[in-house]
Design a protein around this ligand. Structure first.
Ligand SMILES: [Zn+2]
Length: 257
């Protein structure tokens, strides 16, 4: 029996200096998610990317570092749950690399020795006994790329997508976690205005992985696939897979089984 809270995009990137109001708001959202997860007896939190890892003083970083420094007697510390996340397209990939501090990118890595774990693209991790494979990354639409605040490493590379496929086939996880979703999740459901997602390379890669897994001799069909990026909350059954987009700004979905 497991119960895990899957949290949507948070973009908790502002620093206290940039915007005290937004900094406070991000703190409240993070804390609220922790409180909800505890209230509903969840054993962990999985966040689907665009968490807001931007600078070392981004709200999300401060939240987890301060939390680490709390006394043992504090409620929040005693009950604190681990957070596992994949990178999105609005996270600072350069900083995530630096935070690895020489460690290899195999599986979940605790950032700044806190309870916040980054799972790399194609990384496998068992959370509360449930097998998960992650693949972060997505393409920012051209008109949303802010000069100086965009990283070419947001897009999934061929090596990373191959690793994702290999891990899926080797581990056959119960839950797949990605930032964007394969094109079989209809554009219209995700509010994509053009109604077409097939010209997006990350979406195509994820879809190709899904099809290759399905068509392999010892095929693998994901039962549950959780993602973010589209800022909507919903559940769609496509074939034998249930897809969940888990929203934005503190929205979440609790899954159990
Ligand atoms: Zn995104």
């Amino acid at each position: 029996m497991y119960r895990i809270l899957y949290a949507g995009d948070l973009h908790a990137a502002d620093t206290a200096e940039q915007s005290p109001t937004r900094f406070k708001l991000h703190f409240q959202r993070l804390k609220k998610l922790d409180q909800i997860a505890i209230k509903y007896n969840c054993s962990a939190i999985v966040q689907v990317g665009d968490l807001g890892i931007y600078s070392r003083s981004s709200a999300v970083m401060e939240y987890f570092v301060q939390d680490k420094e709390l006394d043992d007697g504090d409620d929040r510390y005693q009950k604190a749950l681990a957070w596992y996340f994949c990178d999105g397209n609005h996270d600072n990939h350069q900083l995530i690399n630096e935070l690895y501090e020489g460690e290899t990118r195999d599986s979940a890595q605790s950032l700044l020795k806190t309870r916040l774990f980054h799972v790399p693209r194609g990384g496998y991790v068992k959370i509360s006994g449930v097998s998960h494979v992650f693949c972060g990354g997505a393409n920012t639409p051209e008109n949303c790329k802010v000069l100086g605040e965009w990283w070419p490493t947001e897009s999934i590379t061929t090596n990373e997508i191959n690793r994702f496929y290999d891990t899926l086939m080797a581990r056959r996880p119960s839950v797949v976690v990605t930032h964007d979703a394969p094109s079989r999740v209809p554009a219209i459901a995700l509010g994509v205005r053009s109604g077409d997602r097939s010209n997006n390379s990350c979406v195509r890669d994820l879809e190709n992985v899904y099809r290759a897994a399905l068509n392999a001799k010892r095929h693998y069909i994901p039962r549950r696939w959780v993602f973010g990026h589209h800022h909507v909350i919903g559940e769609w059954r496509v074939g034998s897979t249930t897809f969940n987009c888990v929203g934005v700004d503190g929205q979440y979905t609790i899954l159990s089984g």
